[in-house]
Design a protein around this ligand. Structure first.
Ligand SMILES: CCCCCCCCCC(=O)SCCNC(=O)CCNC(=O)[C@H](O)C(C)(C)COP(=O)(O)OP(=O)(O)OC[C@H]1O[C@@H](n2cnc3c(N)ncnc32)[C@H](O)[C@@H]1OP(=O)(O)O
Length: 257
């Protein structure tokens, strides 16, 4: 226990020194940031900013890999192109933002590195813990902040089987929780899922690519209501529709406060 405490204090001290050193060097300008950081929205920066002052650059799981089908790649290219628009010959940010995705949220959140060692160091984000590319959840989320909506391009791997040849209902619910939760987080700050309602309308074949569309319905005090539709990639077929209720929490809630 004492050794663990010393370890955390040493980590905090080191991280603090690095931040002070960087601040002293006026390193907090865009030129010193990784390119990926400069292409992230403010909300994402707040969550991922601490990744760059530290030694390791986490793997971004939402970038294309060799397991992506041509259809997945095409949809990625489509939405990625909307992230940048050309105005008067100049490239500017569009309404859409590709959200980076790591296998441990806490570790890469500001100040979370040491805390993540103390809290279940071996923990990994459920949707990002299958290392083999294409075997589990392959997905990327694009956020449209002005429209308060997002779309996720999701390719379901062979380890997500439920009914033979088709995706498990729990895996579909996982994606819906993750994507609606992501939108609620970006709109309302730290939240937890209080309620999810799902209607499974048609099965999703394993290996296929689907779209998970989410939109804000309303915010009432601490409550954020999100609607969700999972469709085929051409939007013609409805696979699942859902609603989610998210409650804003104090981060202390996660520590039993
Ligand atoms: C960028 C990274 C993004 C990552 C996205 C990942 C998304 C994944 C999200 C999750 O999976 S979170 C994990 C699953 N969720 C949980 O484990 C939550 C467990 N439940 C709780 O911790 C608490 O019940 C909760 C924080 C949701 C609410 O407790 P509170 O004490 O804060 O609220 P309270 O019970 O006082 O209720 C506040 C209001 O909400 C209402 N409410 C609470 N739960 C409800 C419910 N289930 N259905 C309907 N209404 C509900 C409640 O009636 C009340 O309404 P009024 O203010 O109008 O009276």
């Amino acid at each position: 226990m004492l050794r663990q405490g010393l370890y955390v204090v040493r980590g905090l001290y080191r991280d603090g020194l690095k931040l002070i050193r960087l601040a002293g060097q006026q390193s907090f300008n865009r030129a010193h940031l990784p390119a990926s950081y400069c292409h992230q929205p403010i909300g994402v920066r707040a969550l991922t900013m601490s990744s760059w002052p530290f030694s390791s650059k986490p793997r971004d799981y939402s970038l294309p890999n060799e397991s992506w089908s041509p259809e997945m790649q095409k949809l990625y290219d489509h939405y990625n192109a909307l992230c940048e628009v050309e105005e008067e010959g100049e490239k500017k940010r569009g309404a859409w933002w590709r959200l980076p995705s790591y296998n441990r949220t806490l570790k890469y959140a500001t100040g979370g590195r040491c805390l993540s060692k103390l809290l279940q160091a071996k923990a990994r984000l459920f949707t990002r813990n299958i290392e083999e590319p294409g075997a589990g959840f392959e997905y990327v989320v694009f956020l449209n902040k002005p429209e308060k909506s997002c779309v996720c391009v999701f390719q379901a791997g062979h380890l997500l089987e439920g009914p033979p040849g088709h995706v498990h209902g729990g895996a579909i619910a996982t994606m819906i929780d993750s994507v609606t939760g992501t939108l609620a987080t970006y709109l309302s700050g730290p939240v937890m899922t209080a309620n999810l309602n799902m209607n499974y309308r048609s099965p999703i074949p394993l290996g296929s690519v689907v779209l998970v569309h989410c939109a804000l319905e309303k915010v009432e005090g601490r409550k954020t209501f999100i609607s969700c539709r999972v469709t085929s990639s051409d939007r013609a077929k409805l696979h699942t529709d859902a609603t989610g209720l998210f409650l804003t929490i104090n981060v202390g809630h996660l520590f039993g406060a």
